[in-house]
Write a new protein. Structure first.
Length: 276
């Protein structure tokens, strides 16, 4: 095992411990009374539990890797002097959490030299602990293999496209493109948590996923899960790198013809400059 591999494995352990540390509080708060605020609009909620969980995760990460940097959805960036950057989403799927829908997670990813090297995605309600390092991806201690159906007509696709901002742009092609995905996939669902959806792709519980408005903390950990499980993660829509605002992901078996067509259309449209 190389020094990089050893560091990756250590960071995976740190990420899992930090994500598990907030799981009991999230379970206790779930379906209870809570104050909900909004950031950009009514489609972008935040609760006191998001902020509290992120602060606790931040302390846990810096306690184990003190010279690292933490970039969180709620708390912004806290710079350190080390080479490790943590991307933290304390509750990915806050709207689900606030409404009592059991599809949300805590996601923590570690990046070194612009490369994700360790990940933890914890579903506190189902009790699923997904993790990854450079050696592979795991559900608990069991290795994950991203495998599923080959045919899109029998496959399950999870997507958040089109969201409210996409529809507000007034592009008449967006609903048409969504209808095309619905007609060509066996099942299409909108679950509201990119990180947990991608963890399901890594596990082979979902065949494909499509996102068009994600942030780095949404997908840092889950990107590595899919990759290390042998699936495919394709970022697009921005500067080269894993942290682009759009992605297509799928199991190693799927032939994603419709998704390739969508990616080509979306990329061409973005290049022509209309509002999204």
């Amino acid at each position: 095992m190389t020094e990089t591999d050893e560091l990756s494995a250590h960071l995976r352990t740190v990420a899992v411990e930090a994500a598990l540390a907030v799981a009991p509080d999230l379970r206790a708060a779930f379906r209870g009374r809570m104050d909900v605020e909004f950031k950009r609009d009514e489609h972008d909620p935040v609760t006191e539990h998001d902020r509290r969980a992120e602060e606790r995760i931040r302390h846990a990460l810096l306690g184990k890797v003190p010279d690292s940097t933490v970039i969180g959805e709620e708390g912004g960036r806290k710079d350190g002097s080390g080479s490790v950057s943590w991307y933290v989403d304390p509750i990915d799927g806050t709207a689900n959490f606030a409404h009592g829908l059991a599809f949300f997670c805590t996601a923590i990813g570690a990046v070194i030299d612009r490369r994700p090297v360790a990940a933890a995605v914890v579903d506190p309600i189902a009790g699923h602990v997904f993790s990854a390092d450079l050696s592979g991806a795991y559900l608990g201690d069991r290795p994950l293999v991203s495998t599923g159906t080959k045919d899109e007509s029998r496959a399950l696709l999870i997507t958040g496209f089109p969201n409210s901002r996409e529809l507000a742009s007034g592009d008449p092609e967006s609903p048409v493109r969504f209808a095309g995905l619905v007609s060509r996939y066996g099942t299409v669902r909108r679950t509201g948590s990119a990180a947990l959806t991608l963890a399901h792709v890594a596990a082979g519980w979902c065949d494909a996923a499509l996102g068009t408005t994600v942030n780095a903390w949404d997908i840092c950990a889950a990107h590595l899960l899919v990759d290390r499980a042998g699936g495919t993660y394709v970022p697009f829509g921005g500067e080269p790198g894993w942290d682009q605002p759009c992605y297509v992901a799928h199991t190693r078996d799927l032939e994603p013809t419709a998704l390739r067509e969508f990616t080509s259309w979306y990329t061409t449209r973005a290049a022509s400059g209309p509002n999204r």
